[in-house]
Design a protein around this ligand. Sequence first.
Ligand code: 5GP
Length: 187
Amino acid sequence: MSSLGNLTVLTGPSGVGKGTIVRKILDMHTDVWLSISATTRQSRPGEIDGQHYFFLEKKEFQKIIDQKGFLEWASFSNNFYGTPKKIVKEKIEKGNNVLLEIEVEGARQIRKSYPEALQIFLSPPNLFELEKRIRGRGTETEYSIRNRLAIAKKELIAIKEFDAVVINEDIDKAFKEIEVLMGLKSN
Ligand code: 5GP
């Protein structure tokens, strides 16, 4: 990937455990830089603006779209999510190890702008397990749970598009596989 930094995209259905794995990566590997996305969804209890997401009004988000300020953006479950372009480009150009945690449509857009990026799909062992995890998280309404599961079914069909598929049956095992894929640890 030349002298530029590495770019890794971690995708997979909502509730699969991307966030948990990302937190582990950041704890263990301080050289990895995670992009903080912008979103129009409401913050969940405990989420901090500027730390978990940049929480924006739809109008503000649209303004950034118009200014071409996103590297990618997508609509997901009635909200918008986007990766800020300027900071991520700077980090990549400065040689940082950049990580994006985004949904499938955004991952496709990154594939066009950064075809050299490593694209990892984190998959649940099955849909029953995914539903259990989303419900267990206790953050979503029934409407949102059903919506996220319907999207997950479509996202799972896209699995073949990705460079690597990691099945999150055991979180430590999945984390270790991703560490190796990202070149953070040898096999
Ligand atoms: P949640 O509402 O559960 O935080 O996120 C919903 C989905 O949006 C998750 O699959 C998450 O990975 C994805 N997501 C978060 N940030 C971004 C982003 O900047 N762009 C895209 N395309 N998806 C994102």
